[in-house]
Design a protein around this ligand. Sequence first.
Ligand code: ADP
Length: 526
Amino acid sequence: MSKIFFRDRRFWLIVIAFSAIALAHYFSPQERAFGAYTLGRHTVERIAFILPIVGATCFFGARGGLSALALALIAMLPRVFFVSPNPADALIETLAVALVGYAVVWAIETQAREKRLRQELSARLEHAYRRLQMLYDTAQTLNATLEQQTVLDRLARATAHALSVRACSIRLLDETGARLNVAAAYGLSDAYIQKGDLILAQNPLARAVLAGEVIAIDDVARDQRLQYPMHAIAEGIRAMLSAPLIGKRGPLGLMRAYSTEPAHFSADDAIFLSAIASQGSIALENALAYRQLGKLDQMKSAFVLTVTHELRSPVSVIQSLLRTLNAGYAGEMDERQRDIAERALHRADFLQTLIGDLLDLAAGKSELGAEDATEISLSDAATQVVRRFQIPAEEKQIRLEQICKCRGAPIKTRAPRNGVDRVLNNLVSNAIKYTPAGGRVAVTVCCANDHAQIEIADTGIGIPDDAMPHLFEEFYRAPNAKLYEKEGTGLGLAITRDLVTRFGGRIAAQSKFGEGTTFVVTFPGA
Ligand code: ADP
């Protein structure tokens, strides 16, 4: 310490100034003239002692200033008692210098202390702000997905970055609730990750964390509570911080941050990790619920698929029997009987449509109907759908036309052929169905740099504003559509959106009630 002191140039500057003033105090002439004023009895040198006191306080703090003040007194007092012809005046001057010197030290030190406090406070505020920002960013990142593994991977990475440590791992309880398996890790070697599960019965530390405690291990080499201390040492880990992941129904697992420095984690870090773990628990629970929902939805779809499949054949048989009856092959029927048979056939046809829609919907969800994607020309697909619906449109006195807003290369996308046809069929048949006679339906193909669009616009009944949010829901039919056209399953748009999403595309609708509707399907470029 003293070595550093003696090497400091500022120290020697003060020593030289001090010695020069002390020498002047004893060997300079008695009086000096400053303009009209004359200062005598070494007053100037006494005042000059304030300078090294100020310097020492500025450079070395209050202790430096007080030491300089004590030295100044030691230098001045012999003169007061042994040399000065007027000791009383000299003593008063010396005490005045001491008083002023002390006031200067106090003022400088108070200011310096305030400055230090302000700096400390702003550093702490900045640190807290950075952490808050990180917490917010972590929450944003986690909420951006519902896929469980992505949530866990992002959580591990974000935690290691936010705490500025080497690694982080997340362990989740297995089905038995007796072990903790690694579910995600960041910054750890494969050997470390695969070292084995944490067995709760043998691990009091993990048990305490799952009970809600946040626990720091300052030195892995000395802590008896670890199940795999040697693995941690081999990995270069010196300190750990563990926090619980707790869901609504109890503990889900724990997360751990690892540092290569012993005693790295502070109380502040523990609070921070606990906050991240709370965010993580919510995101994890959402992802688990989403996964569960997905499984249930698939089970429901598989069930619907089986039931509707079983229904299809008997309904086909009923349709063909009714057609036979209507054609008179089973003998002549009177008017009333024919009317009943025709109505029955009509209902059976609708039932067959419903079965077809249900099968398509269920097949899409249970991924049984997945078909290979091929390169498709959207202009060709549009031409074909317009051709297919030309006669039904004419029968309803609707003008159906195709418009191409692309120049140059044909617009292509990669998608299953049947899927694209199904999408266009649904939208064009709806447009014709919900447009009164004399109206117009236009199928427009537009292209951009990396995607292509098909717009199906009609001048039909339109969709009420409050129906717009429900349009793609299964079995939903807007009230004006139900009035205008009795038959409809409300499944066509749900199937369409499902298909478009699976191609990597998007579908959107714009409508003005009573004036018409436009559906825009965006396909990714091939
Ligand atoms: P469906 O036509 O069998 O009722 P969809 O799923 O195809 O079922 O359509 C759902 C609902 O969306 C329709 O009932 C109707 O209210 C509305 N809709 C769809 N296309 C149009 C359109 N071109 N014009 C007006 N309404 C439409």
